[in-house]
Design a protein around this ligand. Structure first.
Ligand SMILES: NC(=O)c1ccc[n+]([C@@H]2O[C@H](COP(=O)([O-])OP(=O)(O)OC[C@H]3O[C@@H](n4cnc5c(N)ncnc54)[C@H](O)[C@@H]3O)[C@@H](O)[C@H]2O)c1
Ligand SMILES: O=C(O)C(=O)C[C@@H](O)[C@H](O)[C@H](O)COP(=O)(O)O
Ligand SMILES: [Zn+2]
Length: 354
């Protein structure tokens, strides 16, 4: 069974979820003479299968470093050199095969090449399928912080072949579920009920529970990015847990998994909401219970606070000196907390400090 989740906007496209989706690729690259296939070494076999499915085009395979090591301006520059050498034109297509780090890179390579060419993410991780490959946020990390250079560049379509999850390490399945749980708290509480009823099922790549969770979270994201591609308002809710999460990733030099950092960040955001009188105790406590049931981290070094606070100031939601956080006014009622005082932030951090 193949599910197509439409994403609306000026350049609408479908997120396609199913198994054995190779035959979906030709329509997405129609008219291209060349297709660049960016992939990390771990996904070489899958990239070769994608290249084969591309049919009668010139394939330009580009191997990039794995995970966050590939998400850099230097790696992007090497990809542009390879596109130049291959004579890549405006009708050609960039395909990113991998997790969120690889598709963020591939999307940015496509966004900047000739000021924007078609691209297709072939998402191979849970985080990639439910979040990174959907919505057209592309980019790379720089020394100053996470995703600080990038572009909004919607894909031509998104392929989420569930067969890819068979080889995804269990830790990465769980990390991706942090973004799914985020979708449960900000918009679709049924996600939380499904995880609470069967956490083991949620973690099983072959099971129906994970498929339903993936499709539900894609729907949450599609509903948001379809009306606010460039994050002028509503889209900020997708950043729940990310203000602290990105600061932790940067402090850890990107050795922490994104989903792990976001998990800790959501505990912090829930506590911010609770301490500012906006979120009830039970919903705040539910964050910890759900995330821990998936084996996700909910604590971070207490002594790191003095480093994390300045790191949060490069968050894209900040305006001048004012920090802004996504918090909840109740289950599935996200809102913005602007300019909380440092004492409140420090008290909220106590909920994750170890
Ligand atoms: N653009 C967005 O809207 C958005 C949304 C969420 C996350 N992100 C970004 O996505 C990244 C996190 O995504 P991720 O967890 O997928 O990261 P990732 O790309 O680093 O993948 C995690 C690990 O899983 C491996 N992997 C992926 N698929 C595999 C498979 N099928 N079999 C075996 N190994 C596989 C990768 O090689 C990597 O080692 C972060 O960089 C984050 O900032 C972006
Ligand atoms: O799509 C969005 O918008 C999100 O915020 C989704 C996040 O899960 C994702 O990690 C995103 O890359 C963070 O965006 P950033 O603008 O804070 O870098
Ligand atoms: Zn994220």
């Amino acid at each position: 069974m193949v599910t197509r989740i439409p994403v609306t906007g000026d350049r609408p496209y479908d997120v396609i979820v199913g198994r054995g989706l190779e035959n979906e690729l030709p329509a997405l690259i129609e008219g291209a003479a060349r297709v660049a296939v960016l992939h990390p070494p771990t996904l070489r076999d899958r990239a070769e299968a994608v290249a084969k499915a591309a049919g009668a085009v010139t394939v330009v395979p580009i191997e990039v470093p794995d995970a966050e090591r590939g998400k850099s301006i230097e790696v992007a520059a090497r990809c542009w050199d390879e596109l130049g050498a291959a004579g890549f034109t405006r009708t050609d297509v960039v395909v990113g095969v991998g997790g969120g780090a690889t598709t963020d890179l591939a999307g940015y390579v496509a966004a900047a090449w000739l000021r924007g060419v078609r691209w297709v993410p072939v998402a191979t991780s849970v985080a990639g399928m439910v979040d990174a490959a959907v919505g057209g946020k592309t980019g790379v990390n720089i020394a100053a912080g996470k995703n600080l250079v990038g572009a909004f560049h919607p894909p031509a379509g998104v392929l989420c072949d569930l067969d890819a999850l068979d080889t995804l390490p269990a830790e990465d399945v769980a990390a991706g579920l942090a973004e799914v749980v985020k979708g449960g708290f900000i918009a679709d509480p049924r996600i939380l009920e499904l995880v609470e009823a069967d956490p083991a099922g949620a973690l099983d790549p072959r099971g129906d529970v994970l498929r339903e969770l993936i499709e539900r979270k894609i729907q949450v994201k599609a509903d948001v990015v379809g009306v606010d591609l460039k994050e002028s308002g509503l889209r900020e809710i997708l950043n729940y847990g990310h203000t602290l999460g990105h600061a932790i990733e940067r402090r850890e030099k990107y050795s922490w998994k994104h989903g792990h950092a976001v998990s800790v960040g959501m505990i912090f955001a829930a506590e911010l909401g609770r301490l500012s009188g906006r979120l009830d105790d039970a919903t705040a406590a539910r964050h910890r219970a759900v995330l821990e049931s998936l084996g996700l981290p909910t604590a971070y070094e207490g002594s790191a606070w003095t480093e994390l606070l300045p790191a949060m100031r490069v968050d894209k939601k900040a305006r001048a000196a004012t920090l802004r956080f996504v918090v909840l006014d109740g289950l599935a009622k996200p809102g913005i907390l602007a300019g909380p005082d440092e004492d409140l932030l420090e008290r909220a951090y106590a909920a994750v400090a170890r």
